[in-house]
Design a protein around this ligand. Structure first.
Ligand code: UD1
Length: 423
């Protein structure tokens, strides 16, 4: 049933929010289970629609999955792989499904994975994944919307220079290289914490990987990987989102089960805007702003730069800043779909190419708005929490893809927020 979220804004958030495990770490970790016939156990797995979609896809390959959703622990066992087909109807729902390609080809010597196609925030090609697999010796053809990859005699390590920094591209190739013959060097690799988390898990499974977290990752292929248990890192995007929710409402929050280290770039931006995040024993304290935050210029970049997945949220914050802010999006070409919706709530934002000029206004006002993608939907939640009056956000299924129990977490801190089912 389609649902909407209704928010009455204006209450400063107060209290504690427990940060969940990172969706973008959990998804590649789940696909790493395809690399071995032994069990892989993951803890701190968030309960999200994308996790369920990935579990559905893995089940279709014959992976047996047992889970304790309360404890958030999953065990995956890919003892035999019965199918190497990733169909369009699942891949289309979630682009991260492409992460099964590398592990399937490495383990089974073949895979047929639907091309993900475009999505709301841009065209998002997968050429880097395909070029890297070709470099490792796979034959790849595209037929009827599917990637058909074959490497009957196995993959062979080599040096791969990625023309652009790609997070899932790096993860896919790192996983594939674990079972390739000889040494693989991934040059111009992504340095995101989720890449490091995946490398740490693979190392725990017996892979030989060096350099994760730098721009060159070296992998010595091994014959097989072993049983392992791994804890998913905290979600840095959820962490940053709630930090900004706190600030935009003029509240103060303690974020637990996370760390300031994970959001250094956001913390630097907030420092310039006049907010000093503080590290606590188990997370972060977000103090109440003593005055209106200052407008500052922000540019999205690959890690350790400012995350594109926090761009929409920081724009909501800057919409009520003192002065103006220029926000430049360098990762995705169409990631300003939240702008017209924010403007419907009274924001003053104009887009010039890849930059948005945000002139701060004193107040936002509640309005009916529509979510267009995952991060845009949460940006509207932030704006609504700060706005005067009532906001209803439609198409909130986007929210469920990446934010666990968002209404509960916010309601527990004083927000007036509820989900309403519509027919
Ligand atoms: C991952 C994240 C996503 C985040 C993004 C950028 C996961 C599951 N998703 O997505 O939340 O917004 O990183 O931080 O971790 N590109 C190509 N060819 C390719 C691959 C990418 O041109 O083969 C381009 C993309 O269009 C984009 C840029 O490279 O412009 C970066 O994309 P990439 O890092 O690959 O994003 P994802 O891994 O899909």
């Amino acid at each position: 049933m389609p649902s909407k979220v209704r928010i009455i804004g204006g209450t400063p958030l107060q209290g504690k929010i427990r940060i969940s495990g990172a969706k973008n770490a959990a998804l590649p970790l789940m696909t790493a289970s395809l690399l071995t016939d032994k069990p892989l156990t993951l803890s701190n797995v968030p309960n999200l629609a994308d996790i369920n979609s990935m579990a559905e896809l893995l089940t279709q390959f014959g992976v047996s999955i047992s889970s304790d959703k309360v404890e958030q622990v999953y065990t995956f066992k890919a003892e035999t792989i019965q199918s190497t087909l990733a169909p369009y109807d699942i891949v289309n729902k979630m682009r991260a499904s492409i992460l099964v390609l590398g592990p399937l080809v490495a383990r089974c010597g073949q895979a047929k994975v639907s091309l993900p196609g475009g999505c709301a925030i841009g065209t998002r090609p997968v050429d880097i994944h395909l070029k890297g697999l070709r470099d490792l010796g796979a034959e790849i053809e595209i037929s009827e919307g599917y990637i058909i990859a074959r490497a009957p005699s196995g993959l062979v390590g080599t040096s791969i220079t990625m023309p652009l920094i790609s997070v899932t591209g790096t993860e896919n190739l790192m996983m594939a290289a674990c079972l390739a013959k000889g040494e693989t060097r991934l040059i111009n690799a992504a340095r995101e914490p989720e890449v490091i988390d995946l490398a740490n898990c693979l190392i725990g499974m017996g892979a030989q990987i060096q350099g994760a977290g730098t721009d060159t990752i070296t992998i010595q292929g091994v014959d097989s990987l072993n049983e392992h248990t791994h804890q998913v890192i905290p979600d840095r995007i959820e962490t940053g989102t709630y930090a900004m929710a706190s600030i935009i409402t003029g509240g103060s929050l303690e974020l637990t089960h996370t760390s300031l280290e994970l959001i250094q770039s956001l913390s630097g931006v907030l420092h310039q805007a006049g907010i000093e995040l503080q590290a606590t024993e188990n997370g972060i304290f977000v103090p109440a702003p003593s005055e209106t935050i200052q407008g500052i210029d922000i540019m999205t970049e690959p890690f350790p730069g400012f995350a594109t997945d926090l761009q929409a949220q920081v724009m909501a914050l800057m919409a009520v800043c003192n002065g103006a802010s220029m926000i430049t999006e360098t990762i995705f070409e169409n990631r300003f779909m939240h702008v017209p919706e924010l403007c419907r709530m009274g924001a003053n934002i104009t887009v010039h190419g890849a930059s948005a000029l945000v002139r701060g206004v004193k107040n936002l006002n509640g309005a009916p708005v529509m979510a267009t993608d995952l991060r845009a939907s949460v940006c509207l939640v932030l704006a609504a929490l700060a706005a005067r009056g009532e906001t209803t956000i439609s198409r909130v299924y986007h929210l469920d893809r990446g934010y666990e129990r968002v209404e509960d977490k916010l309601r527990n801190c004083g927000a007036t927020i509820e989900r309403i089912d519509t027919i």
